[in-house]
Design a protein around this ligand. Sequence first.
Ligand code: PEP
Length: 263
Amino acid sequence: MRTPLIAGNWKMNKTISDAREMVSSLLPMIDSNEAEVVLAPPFTALGAVNDIIRGTKVKLGAQNVFWEESGAYTGEISPRMLVDIGCSYVIIGHSERREYFGETNTSVNKKIVASLKNGLSPILCVGEKIEEREKGKTFDVLEDELGEGLKGLTPEQISKLVIAYEPIWAIGTGKTAKPEEANESHLFIRGWLKDSSGTESSKNIRIIYGGSVTPDNIDGLMAQKDIDGALVGGASLQVEGFARIINYKSPYPSLSPQGRGLR
Ligand code: PEP
């Protein structure tokens, strides 16, 4: 039985005081459903968010990490520093990092290895561009990203990961993958994990979906057998909408267009 996971990736949004306000309003709105919740604010707000979520079921995640322990790497943050500030998760290989900051499958692999060594659970992002989907290359892209990103990892290490399937054409565009379409990729990923790391661990790895998740489409996505949660960008910035995503399947509140993640 896999515990569903709903993670909010705030990207480069919110000051410390915005973050405090958002999390203080969000916590009382979270139902006691089974989902684990992860908040990934910018580095500057990690400490403030951690102070508020301590003792709740909400966990702290970072949006990036460097693979070295310490040293002359101006501007970088090590896995141990993230653990020190209270993180238990870290997003690795997000498509924005791959596109704008030169992240490659090789750097993703180093970051995953270093994170695991320090007790952080990586949320590895994989997914295809629109032209790759149109050429029927989705599974080839996933195979490359998984094969190179997880190179050299033992089945035990792989079992500690969360994989986020994020079709790039669906990120921040308002175009969500159809639930069945997303599920197909999740099934492929689980099959790949089974072949490379054995049945037991592949059964327990959570594969979550990301790409324009909103309070309107979360229930359909979560109804799919192989979708174990969501990585939410834009809609995680708005308290009522994100609370509804976390409380998926709960009675539907009437939300403003902004609250429904319609920017
Ligand atoms: C993301 O950044 O991981 C993401 C899925 O963004 P959005 O929900 O805005 O599409």
